[in-house]
Design a protein around this ligand. Sequence first.
Ligand SMILES: [Zn+2]
Length: 135
Amino acid sequence: MSAKTYHGTCHCGAVRYRVTLDLRQGTGRCNCSICRKTRKWGAHVKPAAFELLAGDDVLGDYQFGTLQGHHRFCRRCGIHVFGHGHIAEIGGDFVSVNLGCLDDADDAELAAAPVRFFNGRDDAWLEPPAETRHL
Ligand SMILES: [Zn+2]
């Protein structure tokens, strides 16, 4: 399987996007302060692989800490749909989609996607945390 195009939505449907990615290239879970609370399961893509189709008017933009990341959520239903930012260490501009929002990724594809864990809580992003079972 190579890259496929998927469609993501928030819960109420106001936010819709299209993203092209290869789930086999890896997905991520993290223990940082926001990922832990939103239960985020994400995958990073280049901005060119992502297109917002609807919902610009309802998207909130939450930032904290160093303000490097934009955590975008639907102001109507509260779902964190994607994020974006710039981190030089991972190649610059990126979009991180919430895989839970993809409506046309089937169970088998999602279950087969490799998961990497990141220790964001201790600012050791390139290392897995000692405990991952709860993430
Ligand atoms: Zn919504």
